[in-house]
Design a protein around this ligand. Structure first.
Ligand code: F6P
Length: 543
């Protein structure tokens, strides 16, 4: 451990939490609720249009006090300030982390190295808005004069998951005459299926890549270029059918896209934190500049909440600390994110990159191996579908699977009783997980002795409920920022860097080496392990 700094497990609050854990680990939520009549209302916070109920987590008041003390002892407040101030907190890449600046409203300054960066941020947003309106109004025509009807975003990771998630989440607010597709995978099928029914004359490609060097994106971008030119047969057409979103103007112009049609952002925006930058261009075209700005406002409101509100009322801080409790103390390996809102069907996939690329780390920020569990595996499906699939294991399996339920009091497409049935299910699931059903209750229901064990629910499965009014652009912004800052809180306590992703490098390097070995005419000299060598030989023979 680096001299002068205490490791996490040496902190007084961590040690006290260890003791507290031994004391409370067998407490049952049934008992806690029956002893504390006000628990459901007391262990809940309402702010920024979010009602966050964490009373069904396996905590006592003492646990919460100690978790809050852990946040203090970890220097969370100072770390939050360092991020907002633009300090180079991404130490391994020597970068500032200022995605929060992307949603600061006009009229406020954000200084970075003595310069206000907001004029540039707003200039890009305004340029995006101008372009989006041209597409939406049919004023941007393709090379043959036809109006653009299809927009295809090509990108991967943060250059795909945010836009596709937000597109699906806010579909209700989109311009329906325009068709949106998202191509991310280098698998030929992704591109082929996304374009098989499109007319190149009416199609715009947005090539979204922070670096503009990512293998998958550049392969798909070149395929798109060839696909357009196959119909339009003139390289002049590229300017009308391709725009780029990137930080790398040199590579953009090498590809043949006029940099006038490039929407920039900055190295202080991490890929998985970039959906409020120009990476959101396809979203702005889909649901319009006004809704995009409303979404940014939602992000900003949650940013301000995270920065300014006392930790005991600070929703992302509380969520982050509860995640640490479940992961590092209870040893829960995963967290199920269960949105009871069909429009959020891609939200768990988006969160996987946000949380797991950020906090899937085994060394501290100073490079020391951690001796505690860090980031959980995030996964999930929208309710109620999951109830007829994996919930069985959450209720009666041998693993502890904490859940985040996300629900809304209003439907976007109200039809008869649907929404009440949906809401009843989310509340019922949280209740069933927490309280279960005892063997005695099962017997009282008349179950035969042979079935009692099978029909018993142990309960005591922790969950949180995020209850909001309606899925609006503003609400979506708040929800995403909530998880961003939850990730930050956890990284701050776990003493890890949430903003680098060295773990994706090795596979990329090895793939680059194997590609020519698969493609060369001559049999290559293979110097991999015996398994990889055999696989390559077999592929070459059979392809
Ligand atoms: O998976 C690694 C990664 O660098 C992500 O962090 C990033 O979102 C993704 O690749 C795409 O990168 P780019 O936008 O530079 O193409």
């Amino acid at each position: 451990m680096t001299a002068g700094k205490l490791g996490l497990t040496e902190l007084a609050s961590w040690k006290a939490l260890k003791t507290n854990f031994e004391k409370v680990k067998n407490d049952h939520l049934r008992e806690l609720f029956s002893m504390e009549a006000d628990r459901g209302g007391r262990l809940a916070v309402e702010a920024e249009g979010i009602y966050f109920d964490y009373s069904k987590q396996r905590i006592t008041d003492e646990t919460m006090q100690l978790l809050l003390a852990l946040a203090q002892e970890s220097g969370l407040k100072a770390k939050i300030e360092a991020m907002f101030r633009g300090d180079k907190i991404n130490l391994t890449e020597n970068r500032s982390v200022l995605h929060t600046a992307l949603r600061v409203p006009k009229g406020k300054a954000v200084m970075l190295e003595g310069k206000d960066i907001m004029p540039e941020v707003h200039a890009v947003l305004d340029k995006m808005a101008g372009f989006a309106e041209k597409i939406r109004k049919g004023e941007w025509q393709g090379y043959t004069g036809k109006v653009i009807k299809n927009v295809v975003n090509i990108g991967i990771g943060g250059s795909d998951l945010g836009p596709v998630m937000a597109y699906e989440a806010l579909k209700n607010y989109t311009k329906r005459g325009l068709l949106f597709r998202f191509v991310s995978n280098v698998d030929d099928t992704d591109f082929a299926e996304a374009t098989q029914d499109l007319n190149a004359e009416e199609t715009l490609f947005i090539i979204s890549s922070k670096t503009f060097t990512t293998l998958e994106t550049m392969t798909n971008a070149h395929t798109a270029r060839a696909w357009v030119l196959k119909t339009l047969k003139d390289t002049q057409a590229v300017a009308k059918h391709f725009v780029a979103v990137s930080t790398n103007a040199v590579e953009v112009s090498k590809f043949g896209i006029d940099t006038a049609n490039m929407f920039g952002f900055w190295d202080w925006v991490g890929g998985r934190y970039s959906m409020t930058s120009a990476i959101g261009l396809s979203n702005m075209i889909a649901f319009g500049p006004e809704n995009f700005r409303a979404m940014l406002d939602g992000f900003h409101q949650m940013d301000e909440h995270f920065r300014n509100v006392a930790f005991e009322k600070n929703i992302p801080v509380l969520m982050g600390l509860l995640g640490i409790w479940n992961t590092s103390f209870f040893g829960a390996e995963t967290l199920a994110v269960l949105p009871y809102e069909q429009y959020l069907k891609r939200f768990p996939a988006y969160l996987q990159q946000l949380t797991m690329e950020s906090n899937g780390k085994q060394v501290t920020i100073t490079g020391d191996r951690v001796d505690y569990q860090t980031g959980a595996i995030y996964w999930g499906e929208p309710g109620t579908n999951g109830q007829h699939s994996f919930y069985q294991m959450v209720h009666q399996g041998t693993k502890l699977i904490p859940c985040d339920f996300i629900a809304f009091t209003k439907a976007l497409n109200p039809i008869g009783r649907h929404h009440d049935i949906l809401a009843a299910n989310v509340f019922a699931q949280a209740e069933a997980l927490a309280f279960g059903k005892t063997a005695q209750e099962v017997k009282m229901d008349g179950a035969p002795d042979t079935l009692v064990a099978h029909k018993t629910f142990e309960g005591n499965k922790p969950s949180s409920m995020i209850l909001m009014d309606k899925l609006t652009p503003n609400a979506l912004g708040k929800l995403i920022a909530l998880y961003e800052h939850c990730v930050f809180t956890q990284a701050a306590v776990w003493q890890i860097n949430a903003f680098d992703q060295w773990g994706v490098q090795l596979g990329k390097v090895l793939a680059d080496k194997i590609i020519p070995e698969l493609e060369s005419q001559e049999a290559p000299v293979l110097k991999h392990d015996s398994s990889t060598n055999t696989l390559i030989k077999r592929y070459r023979k059979l392809k």
